[in-house]
Design a protein around this ligand. Structure first.
Ligand SMILES: NC(=O)c1ccc[n+]([C@@H]2O[C@H](COP(=O)([O-])OP(=O)(O)OC[C@H]3O[C@@H](n4cnc5c(N)ncnc54)[C@H](OP(=O)(O)O)[C@@H]3O)[C@@H](O)[C@H]2O)c1
Length: 320
């Protein structure tokens, strides 16, 4: 069992406790405020509490850390953890710049530890079914993909970092990056940016709504992300058929459903996938990568590719 320590009492870290882990155990939690860590540990039955992130990283019993801090802190704590010989599962975006991600990759390589970026959607069976339909050619050549993920940020009482440019906030970093990662997940080559529209009326110029059009070979991809309304779906359209997946991008644990339409036979079917906890699967996969030396699909190289696409959007959209 890989013994994991969590840096910070993040909301997202609370989702890792739904089902038992097979390859890992959560041994400790650290907080800037030890009373928060004590409360968190008590609630989720975590054996050890640390009064600082540094103390957790220095502990010899911890094999690996999970970093769900605001994005501007990901690089610093990944490097500290790597230097202490700890493997790193870092939340998305791995860091707000490709320079920082390159430093994280170097540090993890130098200290022979695994670096993995947390894209929990990749641990849901429904998206693997879609990947199979695309990669096995069932939908034919893909000509169009429409991916939208947005939520109304006024619903979020906490997490001010999402509206703080210096902390790596903004809709593109927070949600748009999923759409870009999804292109890599489906196996498309690195796309070319065609068009960007950005609504940047958040605090200090944070992007509140971004729409991008990309081209990857014969495929046009429309990716939308935002903090002003709710959207959560994607459609992948090929010359032989299409698949639409509503409401399955988030980590909410409930049944998921896709709609498949094959053109020649006019076959139309809804497929249901039972509720599952992708966070637990993600953590177990991280542990398996540590045990076996397998490179995670969402390792440093994938993170770098994602962030370079984000940077292309920032540059075209003049988003600092
Ligand atoms: N994969 C997913 O499904 C998913 C979903 C949501 C978020 N995320 C990612 O997970 C990360 C955390 O998101 P979240 O929504 O869980 O955030 P959150 O609830 O605001 O938690 C962030 C934690 O970071 C710590 N922290 C340290 N310095 C901080 C600072 N200057 N400002 C604020 N917090 C600070 C705090 O813990 P202490 O005070 O206890 O130290 C805080 O609880 C982000 O990278 C986000 O993009 C991923």
């Amino acid at each position: 069992m890989i013994r994991i320590g969590i840096l910070g009492t993040a909301s997202i870290a609370r989702l890792f406790f739904g089902e038992p882990l097979k390859h890992a155990s959560i041994l400790g939690i650290a907080s800037r405020d030890v009373t928060r860590a004590v409360e968190f540990a008590k609630h989720y039955g975590i054996p050890r509490v640390f009064p600082s992130y540094e103390a957790l990283i220095a502990d010899e019993e911890i094999d690996a850390v999970y970093i769900p801090l605001p994005p501007h802190l990901h690089c610093t704590y990944t490097i500290k953890a790597a230097e202490a010989g700890k493997h790193v599962l870092v939340e998305k975006p791995a860091a707000p710049s490709s320079d920082e991600i390159a430093q994280m990759i170097d540090a993890c390589r130098k200290h022979h530890v695994v670096l993995m970026e947390g894209f929990m959607y990749r641990f849901k069976a429904i998206h693997h079914r879609v990947r199979g339909l695309v990669q096995e050619g069932v939908l034919g050549t893909i000509h169009y993909l429409d991916f939208s993920w947005a939520f109304n940020i006024r619903k979020l009482a906490r997490s001010p970092f999402r509206l703080d440019r210096m902390a790596g906030g903004g809709a593109l970093n927070d949600l748009g990056i999923y759409g870009l990662d999804f292109l890599h997940f489906l196996g498309f080559p690195d796309p070319t940016l065609i068009h960007v529209s950005i609504k940047r009326d958040g605090p200090a110029g944070v992007d509140m709504f971004t729409h991008m059009t990309w081209q990857a070979g014969p495929t046009f991809a429309s990716i939308t992300c935002g903090f002003t309304c709710d959207a959560n779906y994607y459609t992948v359209c090929g010359e032989l058929g299409s698949v639409t997946v509503p409401g399955s991008l988030s980590g909410r644990i409930r049944d998921n459903m896709l709609h498949l339409h094959l053109l020649h036979s006019d076959h139309r079917a809804d497929e249901t996938f039972p509720a599952e906890n992708p966070y637990v699967k993600e953590l177990d996969h991280f542990a398996v990568c540590i045990e076996t030396g397998q490179e995670p699909e969402t390792g440093g190289g994938n993170a770098l590719r994602n962030m370079r696409l984000v940077e292309a959007v920032r540059e075209r959209g003049q988003l600092s």
